[in-house]
Design a binder for this molecule. Structure first.
Ligand code: COA
Length: 442
């Protein structure tokens, strides 16, 4: 029982920062035809309900490729493509309209009950679909007329934003209307990407059959820059896999990222809860495409005090680090360098210069227990050494009770109280009896 309670408490503690961070943000979620067909679909819809109940503004874009192909097959129609793009003749368009219309009603129905397992159980959820996507014909290429296959002309983003502000979920399908009153078949990934860009969404989210983008060993790649995503897409195109759902999604993710959508996430539609795990845990579960790596090392600012305190308090309580008050931290914040991951401080260290003696003290080195043994401590010390050099310091030292060998392995040598700068000598706490370790040549 105790274990279960701890799991619950840990889970809550870890997810609360994300719940706060996501509140009021716009997420565009792409549900391809394969997702709509999967056994896990009802769980995904429930999780979407949970996102809604947490105050996230949602636009859902659905695809229908699998269902359209199935229906064409039932009508003995062979799908026609040119350069991997469907050619939509009049009969095909009729079928597409039937299929997407039916899917839209089904999704609306399942979204209507998606709050049942959330704190908003019993509340009415309004799902709005409409002529938000304006299309135009794709035209003729190499003499081939794409007929009713279209491309996006514009997105009525203000009308979508209005609906989101009213608390509605906006549902868009892969069919757009033209100003001439015609319907055009669109690529759902294009719709999702364009809507995310125009709405300045916080996230674009997609699903695939794998856990995310996999490397050659079958391991999930957790972070991709747009340029990596482009290379992956090129590689898959060369292998003839240009139509796979992750390739289509990565094209969209790379594009939206360059237009300012901060993050795109690709998770499995087969694993129950993968969407929540990706959005509410520090490391996620799938693949994230972002302009900047989710982890960065930088100088601390006053806004980082809360995060640093959270990181060092347990170590202070165990007597590993010397206690620092919030006020002291506020005064000394410019001495700190932190490692930040997804808006959370997972590492910190400080450098206190003693300019007269051209020496610097390294202190308060801490890496979050879940992120140890991956050289982050090493990286922090390197960064502080760089800072010390830039300040013209010649030596750095550290006072430590528990990490003697760790510093020794980095070239620090035992030193004595008499070797310390005068001010530090006066403050040396003989009772604590910390070991003094010094790096003599920077
Ligand atoms: C010390 C600390 C910063 C190291 O961070 P880290 O990112 O895990 O360190 P690295 O990945 O660069 O190094 C890991 C190696 O150091 C070893 N190591 C970690 N902590 C150590 C310690 N206190 N003493 C000796 N060796 C230690 C690990 O066993 C590992 O060795 P291995 O590579 O042979 O397996 C981290 O353990 C921590 O926050 N400790 C609590 C706070 C503390 O002691 N701070 C130092 C006083 S200022």
């Amino acid at each position: 029982m105790k274990e279960r309670t701890t799991e619950l408490v840990d889970g809550l503690r870890h997810s609360v920062p994300y719940i706060n961070a996501h509140h009021g943000k716009i997420f565009v979620i792409l549900l391809t035809g394969a997702v709509l067909k999967s056994n896990n679909y009802s769980n995904i819809i429930s999780d979407i309900g949970l996102l809604y109940s947490l105050g996230i503004k949602l636009v859902i874009v659905n695809g229908a490729r699998n269902q359209i192909d199935e229906s064409l097959k039932n009508h003995n129609i062979t799908p026609r493509y040119h350069k991997s793009t469907r050619i939509t003749d009049a009969t095909t368009l009729d079928i597409i309209k039937q299929v997407t219309g039916s899917l839209q009603l089904n999704i609306t129905a399942s979204l209507s009950m998606c709050l049942n397992n959330t704190p908003l159980q019993g509340a009415h959820i309004s799902v709005v679909s409409g002529n938000f996507v304006i299309a135009q014909p794709l035209g003729v290429d190499d003499g081939i007329d794409y007929c009713h296959t279209g491309k996006i002309r514009r997105i009525n983003n203000e009308a979508i934003a209005e609906q989101l502000d009213r608390g509605s979920i906006v549902l868009l399908g892969p069919v757009g209307v033209s100003v001439t009153g015609e319907s055009f078949n669109l690529i759902s990934e294009d719709v999702a990407a364009e809507v995310a860009i125009r709405l300045k969404a916080d996230k674009l989210i997609g699903f695939c059959a794998e856990q995310g983008v996999l490397d050659e060993h079958g391991c999930v790649i957790t972070d991709l820059y747009p340029v990596d995503a482009d290379n992956y897409v090129k590689q898959k195109e060369q292998q003839g896999k240009h139509l796979s759902s992750e390739v289509r999604f990565l094209r969209a993710a790379s594009k939206v990222c360059r237009y300012g959508v901060r993050r795109s996430h690709l998770v499995s539609y087969l694993v129950d809860g993968s969407l929540l795990q990706e959005l509410f845990s520090r490391d996620g579960i799938g693949t994230q495409v972002a302009m900047e790596h989710s982890e960065q090392i930088r100088s601390a600012t006053i806004n980082d005090i809360g995060g640093i305190l959270e990181l060092i308090r347990p170590l202070e309580e165990q007597g590993i680090l010397v206690k620092r008050s919030r006020e002291q931290l506020e005064i000394e914040i410019d001495k700190f360098t932190i490692i930040e991951r997804d808006n959370m401080t997972i590492g910190c260290a400080a450098l206190y210069p003693y300019s007269e003696e051209q020496m610097g003290e390294i202190a308060c080195v801490a890496i979050h227990p879940e992120y140890r043994n991956s050289s982050r401590g090493d990286v922090l010390i390197d960064k502080l050494t760089e800072r010390a050099k830039a300040l013209g310091l010649k030596k750095i030292f550290v006072l430590t009770t528990r990490s003697i060998h760790w510093f020794r392995e980095k070239g620090f040598n035992p030193a004595e109280v008499k070797d310390l700068p005068i001010k530090k000598k006066q403050l040396y706490n003989y009772q604590r009896n910390s070991k003094i370790l010094m790096l003599d040549s920077l």
